[in-house]
Design a protein around this ligand. Structure first.
Ligand code: GRF
Length: 239
């Protein structure tokens, strides 16, 4: 059986990459894809170390950090990547690549888009903006990637409460927990063909029927949260 070939692009520590690898390993034969490539614009990215530990092929992409690196479209073609998951990738994807991966490239953003997204909104800036606005909820948004930062159709959002006394680090950690549970499930669903972008640019999915999920309860442990999330989503499609 041929499985979907997943490429992950990451610039940083790669905790979302790890969550994807762990989730697919947990699914075992029920998984819909395999991570076959991790590519980074930073030769020192922790994500590349995680890939090495998992025995996944790595590539360094051409950038000011890596002038000798490879071009993104060449790397994706060489590894016959079917779908791409951005996981903390800090560079704009060239439009030639977003066009060829239309409906096949995802990103996770650490706030409820369309608010708190766009150029310059990454890392601590996102969480500081959420706190500064006094928003009661934040949480990850998983969306298709197009030519504009944080702009493509949203597939799933998991609201996470902003708690009294939160600073950007506490809020970031709570949102990251939700990312680690949500993002791998969307990646697997895209790999299995259960998330599609239709001709009108709308998301079609049996598992992700409406983007907004019930608010996460941060008091629950990860296992319970995963069970609640799977119950809210419904069963994954069987191949
Ligand atoms: C996450 O907060 C994600 O939302 C954003 O970049 C961060 C990546 O973190 N796109 P990590 O490298 O996966 O730990």
């Amino acid at each position: 059986m041929t499985r979907c070939r997943i490429g992950v692009l990451a610039s940083g520590g790669g905790s979302n990459l790890q969550a994807i690898l762990d989730h697919l390993a947990r699914l075992g034969d029920a998984r819909h894809g395999d991570v076959v490539l991790v590519a980074s614009n930073r030769p020192d990215a922790g994500a590349l170390e995680r890939a090495a530990r998992a025995g996944v092929d790595r590539a360094v992409l051409r950038s000011p950090h890596a002038p000798d690196g490879e071009a993104l479209d060449d790397v994706l073609a060489r590894h016959a990547v079917d779908i791409v998951a951005l996981a903390g990738y800090m560079r704009l994807i060239p439009s030639s690549v977003t066009r060829s991966y239309h409906g096949r490239m995802l990103n996770v953003h650490p706030a409820l888009l369309p608010e708190f997204g766009g150029t310059g909104m990454y890392g601590g800036r996102v969480h500081r903006a959420v706190l500064g606005a006094g928003a009661p909820l934040s949480g990850p948004s998983v969306h298709f990637v197009d030519e504009v930062y944080d702009h493509g159709a949203v597939i799933a959002q998991w609201p996470v409460p902003v708690l009294p006394g939160d600073d950007e680090h506490a809020l970031a950690a709570r949102v990251l927990r939700a990312e680690h549970l949500l993002y791998p499930r969307v990646v697997d669903a895209l790999a299995g063909g259960d998330v599609r972008l239709d001709a009108e640019g709308r998301v079609q999915s049996e598992r992700f029927t409406s983007p907004r999920l019930p608010t996460m309860d941060p008091m629950l442990d990860d296992v319970t949260l995963a069970i609640r999330l799977d119950a809210a989503l419904g069963p994954p499609l069987r191949r």
